[in-house]
Design a protein around this ligand. Structure first.
Ligand SMILES: NC(=O)c1ccc[n+]([C@@H]2O[C@H](COP(=O)([O-])OP(=O)(O)OC[C@H]3O[C@@H](n4cnc5c(N)ncnc54)[C@H](OP(=O)(O)O)[C@@H]3O)[C@@H](O)[C@H]2O)c1
Length: 227
């Protein structure tokens, strides 16, 4: 496939990490609806089995703390699907509270889940992708507009966003696309699953299905950012 062309998702081989989450599950559904063959990675075996049953997806166990295992997840998914065209990361965790109130282990957790694990997965995927292939991650609007009460979460997402921006430039010659999904708040229950603190008053959630379609559209067209 020539650089700049549309990626044909019908028959494309797609790995979604964090597929057990709300956005991850919606991404799986949307990629499947466009004809992609899927591998799904996550921690909840029962949910992975459901996704396997519903979408015929290959399943992989993935815990964000196993950075060494990230390469194996990607390699085994590629083997199962006969290659990979797209890898999407929808893994994430949040914590709320003033910066001085959140202990270091919470910061470590958020950077492990939001920054290091996505980088490990996407880095492992890069050598396997051909021109026209894509990597994508959900960062969030906080990566460009950090929020009070969410300093560590914002910083962990901004770090991932910076990595994606640099990698996009690195991969330009190879024709591999890099999508940074800087999504606004959506009603997925994510904020209520915070590892620490309670969410502030949040604005009404944006349309989830529309956001998922924008991400998949960006993977198809090679758009760099999704808002
Ligand atoms: N919802 C929003 O308003 C919003 C806005 C902007 C960006 N985002 C980002 O979108 C992504 C998906 O969020 P969501 O709203 O769909 O929430 P979600 O349903 O809670 O999804 C979070 C996903 O991350 C996974 N995860 C968390 N900790 C993990 C760990 N230690 N190891 C492996 N996987 C782990 C969860 O796995 P389990 O199922 O095993 O828990 C789940 O698949 C996150 O990166 C989030 O930061 C969300």
């Amino acid at each position: 496939m020539a650089r700049g062309e549309r990626l044909e998702l019908d028959g494309a081989r797609v790995l979604v990490a964090g597929a057990t989450g709300v956005l991850g599950g919606s991404l799986v559904r949307e990629f499947s609806a466009r004809g992609a063959a899927l591998a799904v990675a996550g921690r909840q075996s029962a949910r992975l089995q459901e996704l396997s049953g519903e979408f015929g997806a290959h399943t992989e166990f993935f815990d964000a703390y196993d950075l060494d295992g990230a390469g194996d997840v990607v390699a085994r998914s590629a083997e199962a699907l006969g290659g990979l065209d797209v890898v999407v990361v929808a893994v994430g965790a949040v914590a709320f509270g003033a910066a001085e109130s959140l202990p270091d282990d919470v910061a470590e957790h958020l950077f492990a889940v939001n920054t290091l694990a996505p980088i490990a997965l996407l880095r492992a995927a890069l050598p396997l992708l051909r021109s026209g292939g894509a990597i994508a991650a959900i960062t969030g609007v906080v990566s460009e507009c950090p929020m009070p009460g969410m300093a560590v979460y914002s910083a962990s997402k901004a770090a991932l966003s910076a990595w994606l921006t640099a990698v996009r430039i690195e991969q330009r010659r190879r024709g591999v696309r890099v999508v940074d999904a800087r999504l606004p708040h959506m009603e997925t229950g994510f904020a209520d699953r915070a590892v620490a603190g309670r969410p502030p008053r949040l604005p009404p959630g944006a349309d989830l299905e529309a956001a998922v379609r924008r991400i998949v559209d960006a993977v198809e067209t090679g758009a760099a950012e999704v808002g």
